[in-house]
Every structure is written in structure tokens, then in C-alpha cells.
Design a protein around this ligand. Structure first.
Ligand SMILES: Cc1cc2nc3c(=O)[nH]c(=O)nc-3n(C[C@H](O)[C@H](O)[C@H](O)COP(=O)(O)O)c2cc1C
Length: 331
């Protein structure tokens, strides 16, 4: 029998920061690792101090956190790795997956994938000077899925601790088909510890993939967990709550999160905007998801927002990922 799957919450710039991870871990102790959204431009010690709490805690509840860096500068990665080691972290993650043209065009994120020599040079300089593990989160390539096959030897030679692959190429950004056959060939080609990432939106999606990739036991889930925070527990058989009581649990989760954002921002109205970003995903778990999101989206004050949330939970039904309303072309 297969052992319980290991599930990581994928990093999301603007959503899965310190506050989200802390509240998520309290309500849903069902994931095995968190990642910070990427850090960038870490040139001086001061740049770390400014990040404050974001890089303060090595665990939320008992779940470990891995800080992530987006860079093509070995010195910057070394500085980041040493800072994180000093703070008690045991791993950093190098982002070779960010697809956005303003990042990729500067040979950062997935824009580095077509340059295996440059990746090799950066790893050769950085790895010996970082006292903790370095894992990589990447895509299959930027222009083509052939690119990953020019990188595997380098990743192996430098003994990276884990390779997380989002099974698209950079040019697809987050849309279009995931490429399972290339991932299958990666499994055949490498002995590195692999983590699958891409389009797991329901238990059924997971079951299909776990059958297809029977040697894989580590999965990173992003949008699927933003839409339905119960998903990791459902996959791992760790949830005890029935679907009828889940609306109330989600209600307490979004209320705690909202107050935590207000507290951490000294009651700035911006807390509502951060909540709206999450609601863009969460609304897909309700019946009439479009109506749910438009109620939340138009709020402009704390009172408006609180009234809208109360209406959502009083008038709409939580269906979770079973509603199957979200897919990669949803947003
Ligand atoms: C708005 C947004 C922000 C993201 N921020 C990050 C990030 O900071 N670091 C990272 O490695 N990936 C980031 N990602 C990618 C996700 O971590 C994940 O790889 C992607 O959503 C695919 O997984 P999924 O299909 O399970 O959602 C981001 C994605 C989106 C849509």
C-alpha cells in the first residue's frame, strides 16, 4: 500500500505570506511544508530586516517553512542562504519557475531554464557557500519542455535537496495543458527527489496523477488549496469534518484571517484588498461562485466587507472542490 502522500502548499506572491500561512496552519494542519513567496533584490542586510515577520518563523504550528529566492546572482543567493541559516531555517528554495515576461526576459525565474551553463555556474558558486539545503522549483522549460533534460545532470551534480516541477513551460504562464508525458520522462531520467506541481484541483485529479506517477509521493498544490483549503486533508484522509459543517469552518478561517491582516497592518483598509485576492479563488467553492465574488469585490469599507461575508455564508452553500467549478482557464 502507498504511504500517505506528502503535500506542500505552493507559494503565491500577494497571498501566502506570513499571516496566511499562520492562520492556515491553525485551521488546516494538513500540509507538510510551506514556502514563502519569492524574495528578490536582497542586496543588503537591511533588505531582510524590512521583510520583518515574513522570514521570522521557521514553522507555522509544526509545519516547516522554506524561504524562496528569485535571483540569477550567486552572491545574492549566498547572502539569502546564510541569512536564512542564521534564522534557523534548514532549506532555501531557488525559484526557476516564475513565468512573467518582465522577470523571464532578464534571465530570472523560468527565463534561466534555456541557459544550463549559467545555472551550473550559479550553483557551483552558491552551493559550497550555503550551510543549508537548496531545493529548486522550476518548470519543464521556458520555450520548450526539452530544456529540463539539459538541466537534470547539473541539478544532480550539485545534489540539490528536492526538485519541484510545475509541468508547464514558462511561455504558457498558468494556462493551457500540463505536460504529463515530459514529467514521466523526467522521472525515468533522474534519481533526484521529485515533487509534482500543476492543476491538482480535486481528490480525483490527485488520484489520476498518483496512479500515473506511481513513484511520486510528494505533491505541491497551489490554486486547488486556495479554492478549497480542505483539499490536502481530503487527499491525505486527515479531515474529519463532513461537507455540511465545512462552511462554518471556512467562515471562522476567513474571519480569523481578516482580523489577522487588520492587526498586522494597523487596521489599514488594504486588508480588504488582500482578502479579495483570496476570495477570487475561494468563491469557486460556493454554489453561484460568480455572485459570491461580486458581493465581496464591490466592498469598500470594513463594514461593507463584513456584511458581504455574512451574506455569503448565510445565503450560499459551501461545496468545496467537489463543485469542480475551478480549472486552469478560470482565471
Ligand atoms: C498570483 C500567483 C503568484 C505566484 N507566486 C509564486 C511565487 O512567489 N513563487 C513560486 O514559486 N510560484 C509562484 N506561483 C506559482 C504557484 O506556486 C504554482 O506553482 C502554480 O500556481 C501552479 O500550481 P497549481 O496548478 O497547483 O496552482 C504563483 C502563481 C500565481 C498565480
Amino acid at each position: 500500500m502507498k504511504s500517505t502522500p506528502i503535500i506542500y502548499l505552493a507559494p503565491f506572491q500577494g497571498i501566502t505570506g506570513y499571516v496566511y500561512r499562520e492562520v492556515f496552519a491553525n485551521h488546516f494542519p494538513t500540509v507538510n511544508k510551506f514556502f514563502t513567496p519569492f524574495f528578490t533584490n536582497v542586496y543588503k542586510h537591511k533588505s531582510f530586516e524590512k521583510k520583518g515577520k515574513e522570514i521570522e518563523k521557521t514553522h507555522h504550528s509544526s509545519c516547516p517553512v522554506t524561504p524562496q529566492i528569485l535571483s540569477n546572482d550567486a552572491e545574492e543567493i549566498i547572502r539569502f542562504g546564510n541569512f536564512c541559516a542564521g534564522r534557523g531555517f534548514d532549506e532555501i528554495n531557488w525559484n526557476l519557475g516564475c513565468p512573467f515576461p518582465r522577470v523571464a526576459s532578464k534571465k530570472r525565474g523560468s527565463g534561466l531554464l534555456p541557459y544550463p551553463d549559467l545555472v551550473d555556474t550559479i550553483l557551483s558558486l552558491a552551493i559550497p557557500k550555503i550551510p543549508i539545503k537548496l531545493s529548486i522549483k522550476c518548470r519543464l522549460g521556458y520555450h520548450s519542455p526539452a530544456e529540463i533534460f539539459n538541466l537534470l545532470d547539473t541539478f544532480e551534480a550539485h545534489q540539490i535537496s528536492e526538485l519541484i516541477i510545475h509541468t508547464r513551460i514558462g511561455k504558457q504562464v498558468y494556462k493551457g495543458e500540463v505536460d504529463h508525458s515530459s514529467f514521466e520522462r523526467v522521472i525515468e531520467r533522474t534519481k533526484l527527489p521529485l515533487v509534482y506541481n500543476g492543476d491538482i484541483f480535486s481528490v480525483e485529479d490527485y488520484l489520476i496523477l498518483s496512479e500515473k506517477f506511481s513513484s511520486i509521493n510528494k505533491w505541491m498544490i497551489g490554486r486547488g488549496l486556495l479554492v478549497d483549503p480542505f483539499l490536502a486533508g481530503d487527499i491525505r484522509n486527515k479531515n474529519t469534518s463532513q461537507i455540511e459543517s465545512r462552511g462554518q469552518i471556512i467562515r471562522r478561517f476567513v474571519e480569523d484571517l481578516y482580523y489577522a491582516y487588520r492587526k498586522s497592518s494597523n487596521d489599514r483598509l488594504h486588508s480588504i484588498n488582500i482578502m479579495k485576492e483570496l476570495w477570487e479563488y475561494l468563491s469557486f467553492s460556493f454554489n453561484f461562485s460568480g455572485r459570491v465574488f461580486s458581493l465581496i469585490k464591490k466592498t469598500k469599507s470594513f463594514d461593507d466587507y463584513e456584511d458581504a461575508v455574512a451574506r455569503v455564508f448565510d445565503e450560499y452553500e459551501w461545496l468545496g472542490s467537489q463543485s469542480k467549478q475551478f480549472n486552469s482557464s478560470s482565471m
